[in-house]
Structure formats: C-alpha cells, structure tokens
Ligand binder design. Sequence first.
Ligand SMILES: Nc1ncnc2c1ncn2[C@@H]1O[C@H](COP(=O)(O)OP(=O)(O)OP(=O)(O)O)[C@@H](O)[C@H]1O
Ligand SMILES: [Mg+2]
Length: 291
Amino acid sequence: MSENSKVNLEKRGRSSDFDNTEVQEYERRRKQLTVQTLSRYFYDLLQAQCVTKNKPRVFLGKLAETESVKAVKGPLRADNANKLLVSQKLKDIFDLPSPNSRVFPCEGANGIFVMSDCVGLMEPYDVNKTRKQTTRVEIDAILSNNPIEFWDHSRISDSSEEGRKLSLSFLLQLAFRKVVGTNDTHPKNFIIDRPQNIVISIDDAAYFKDTKFMFKSNLKQKHSEYEAVLTLHWTSIIATLSTWVHQLENLTADEKAELFRLGVVAKNIEYSRSMAIKLCDRVNWEFKEDT
Ligand SMILES: Nc1ncnc2c1ncn2[C@@H]1O[C@H](COP(=O)(O)OP(=O)(O)OP(=O)(O)O)[C@@H](O)[C@H]1O
Ligand SMILES: [Mg+2]
C-alpha cells in the first residue's frame, strides 16, 4: 500500500493501525462532549450512525421547546457546515423539498451543529428503540433503531401512481445533487417523507464538483427501468431544470447576499447553472456502474 493511501485510510479510521484503545478513548470523550452540549437543548437523544475517527455524528432527538423530532449533525468545521447550508439555500430558491437544515446555535460546542427536521420516521420516535454496534472506533455504541424509510433502487420500477410520484421526486433530487456537485448518491441519503410521498435529499454538501455518473452504485441491472422513468417524466424534469436555470440567472440581491455570505463564489453559481443546462440533455443522465 502506498504511503498516500495509508494516510487516507487512517484519516477515515479504517487502518488496522487504528484499532487501538487510544482512538476509542478519544472518540468516547468527543462523543461525551457532544452529548453534553446537545442535552441542554434536546431530549431523547440517540446517535443515528456509526462514525469513523473525527467524523461528525448525527443525533436524533426532540427539541425541548417544541417536542418535534430533529436530526442534528456535528460538530462541523464552519466550511463544511456552510457547504450543507448552501445546498439548503439552493433548495429554498428552487422550492425543492428539503429537511430545513439550519445552524443550531449551542454554547460549549467544539464546532458547528446543523439541525434538520427528522424525516422518514416509519413509527413514532422512541428513545428505547436502539441497537448496539461495535466498530474500530466505537465499542458497543448505542444507535437509534427507529426505522427510517430510504429510497431503494427497486422503487424505480414501481408504476403505481404513488410509485411514479416518488420516482419523479427522486430524479429531481438526483438532478439537484448534480447541480450542487456532490458525488455521494448512496440511497441512504434519499429519505421518503410520508404522507406527502416525496423524496428528501440529505447529506448533500455543495462541493461544485463534476462527477461522471448520476448514480455510483451498481445499477446496471436497473438501467432499462431507469430509462423508462426518465422518458416518462422527461417533460416535467426539463421544465423544472429550466426553472432552476432561470432562478439562478435571476437571483435576488438577498439570495445572492446569503449565498455569498456562505462562501459561494460567482463561479460556483455559474457551475450550478451550467450543470442544470447540461442535465437538460438526456445523455448527461448516464446511470451505470462506476468502475
Ligand atoms: N434529516 C434527517 N432525518 C432523518 N434521519 C436523518 C436525517 N439526517 C440524518 N439522518 C440519519 O442519520 C444518518 C447519517 O446522516 P448523514 O447522511 O448526514 O451522515 P453520514 O452519511 O454519516 O455522513 P457522511 O456522509 O458525511 O459520512 C442517515 O443515514 C439517517 O439515518
Ligand atoms: Mg450520508
């Protein structure tokens, strides 16, 4: 293994060198600090996912004042938080369904927390629904086992009215991710929100980077189904993408100011606009296995 790939693995916490108590102790303390901070504002907190070293955690919990269930991600560096907030801002401009992500101001935190509405819960949130998981950095981590409804590739062939609505909603969220240039299109980042029957995209930080395929994972066997829904919804998709292009060309002074405050430079807005134009061409919806 090259030194470079070893360094990368270590950063992500997957190297065997990493399998040590020092890292586990570091993560235990990092988690304790986060829980201590968030507990002042939320109750029934449960960690949502396993983490690798230094990765922000996502916690689910109820916001004390309103009792609504939220997902809180952090601690994040300001630049990484802003990448998520840029996406949220663009979803607002495009009138695209979103989890309403915003900065959650909390004192004592070692970084920024971004709070979103918790979407996709299939049953009422229950703090007692947990599972334990052990990874290289966390031993017996107690995680939320509250079921959340994610997108999965088999839904693309559902031709019921509800299935078609979800497919269109999914395709628009997929297009949005291209427009903001984020390449992580794992189905776990697409949550189904009921009873509205819409797909909501999470974890879509705006990197403004080009990636080759609409979907990275193994979709070869779904290629014809995907082509069929794309054909079915094409007019609608084109209309929405054209609206986005128009909205990017005519950003209001307030919208521009907010985007620039979040660190979006003019060339990134131009990137999004040209990506939306590019996506109006079917050829750019290539949907196959990444190698
Ligand atoms: N708004 C939300 N509503 C419901 N569940 C959420 C929400 N945000 C996050 N989650 C849950 O937390 C999990 C992890 O969230 P997220 O995708 O933001 O982080 P991640 O994938 O661990 O981070 P990264 O991709 O940066 O490594 C999701 O798969 C989902 O189960
Ligand atoms: Mg994710």
